[in-house]
Design a protein around this ligand. Sequence first.
Ligand code: ADP
Length: 334
Amino acid sequence: MTDTNEQLAKALNAVIDPQSGKGLIDSGRSSAPKFADGAATVILDVTGIPEVRRELIEVDIKRALGAIEGVDDVRIGMTSTRKGRRLIAVGSGKGGVGKSTLSANLAIALARRGMNVGIIDADIYGPSLPRLLDAEDSKPTANEDRQMIPVRTQYGVSMLSMGQLVKPGQAIAWRGPMAANAMGQMIDADWGETDTFVLDLPPGTGDVQLTMVQKYKPTGAVIVSTPQDLALIDARRAIHFFEEADVPIIGLVENMAGYKCPECGAVSDPFGTGGAEAAAKEMGYDFLGRIPLDIGIRTSSDEGLPPAATGGPGADAFNGVAGKLADWLDPPKG
Ligand code: ADP
């Protein structure tokens, strides 16, 4: 008996954990197999190991342990201690309202609060995150299981963008299913420890959004709108889309609210202000905050200097929204 137990432990430890490069017992992924009535039982912690690899490990364990005399059956139980990943969808009714700018700054602000944040740019119409995060020259690599390895930006968030997968202007010609497929590949990439994702969606409600809510149900959605009535009508449409898909609406953000004159500092309201807050109230959702229309936000974003990282224009506003989002994700105790 003891002999078989020793042989089993040795055989199990001869199978290598792909992450640490050590044996499955030495790496802490498993304790010694249990053996009774000809059956060996292995409980394996597969946290962080991609699906395809898990299957290979299973085959290896069965082969190694099954070869030991007296072992008729090898049973493998897999556990994962990984916290559930959280997917925050950032959506808007139409383009050009600052959805990508907000996504980038929210991701950075959450990372600065200590979260492991990844950002996924699924906006086929204008993948702008590589520029916003000053990572235009970085390309994702692939691991041996052909999963993409995201780019680590200098701002403490990992990123994958449609803009890195295709030539500029090409993605827009994709049929919906191709774009949806690309989004899936980005979500299922090798994200390592990353567990909180900001998903910059294309504007409106197309195939990418449909695939997302069906296959990768977001934990919640943030809707961004400018204050004009027309933008708000579109934003409501986006909200209804998420409602119908049972995706919780985390709240609304108003962008380009109130123009701060760079010369005199006076704030004027070219688009009006407060429309999104009123709309949120009327629909019974939280209002997460207002980002001012500030030329400095545009210029610093264009230069790949996100205000949430540099403390530049609008930083307080972005951080305020991120704080509410963080509280929604991890409600403060008490
Ligand atoms: P979307 O992702 O909704 O298409 P973007 O984030 O790409 O929108 O923003 C569109 C343009 O507006 C960009 O040039 C961006 O720099 C600018 N912009 C976004 N928010 C603001 C703001 N609060 N103040 C000034 N310019 C902004």
